[in-house]
Write a protein of this length. Structure first.
Length: 169
């Protein structure tokens, strides 16, 4: 193919991509985010997603009210417990609960994972709220190349010297 023909084909493909993107946005198409995007990226790289990414995916799913993606970030008894809560609250009610609970979070700090083995990790996660900080220990298990949250310890309140949003002079 000649260079001018290649340029025309490439331009046409780019223009078609823009048209599809704009049409999708106007019609309310949802582009992959959270767990869906993480699984696409992990599949493209063909290597396991780091344990920390599972926690970020869980937080993204909660923020978006994506119940299926939120539960998919968990495994074992924890996933079964979340499914039971979803069924008792209805998926819509559970989605609202996730969004409301996530709305209170102002920031998050996720430590490097402590690897217990090739398939088990433990991570300290600190949530920053307007009036307090809370720390949780999160246990993850790797299954089929993906890390999933297996358990979460009770939140421990952390004393903060300067509350979130306090003006600093």
């Amino acid at each position: 193919m000649r260079k001018d023909t290649q340029a025309k084909v490439l331009t046409a493909l780019l223009a078609a991509g823009v048209v599809i993107y704009v049409a999708g946005e106007k019609n309310g198409w949802k582009w992959p985010s959270g767990e869906a995007a993480a699984s696409l990226i992990a599949g493209a790289k063909d290597e396991p997603t780091p344990p920390r990414e599972t926690i970020y995916a869980m937080l993204d799913a909660a923020r978006d009210g994506d119940v299926a993606a939120y539960i998919a970030c968990h495994t074992g008894a924890m996933a079964r417990q979340l499914e039971q809560s979803r069924d008792e609250m209805t998926p819509e009610g559970f989605a609202k609960y996730l969004i409301e609970r996530n709305r209170e979070i102002k920031g998050v700090a996720i430590n490097e994972p402590e690897m217990a083995s090739d398939t088990r990790a433990r991570i300290r996660v600190e949530y920053v709220y307007k009036d307090r900080n809370e720390v949780q220990q999160v246990e993850l298990e790797r299954q089929d190349g993906r890390w999933r949250i297996a358990s979460v310890d009770s939140a421990q309140r952390v004393k903060t010297l300067v509350p979130y949003g306090t003006p600093v002079y």
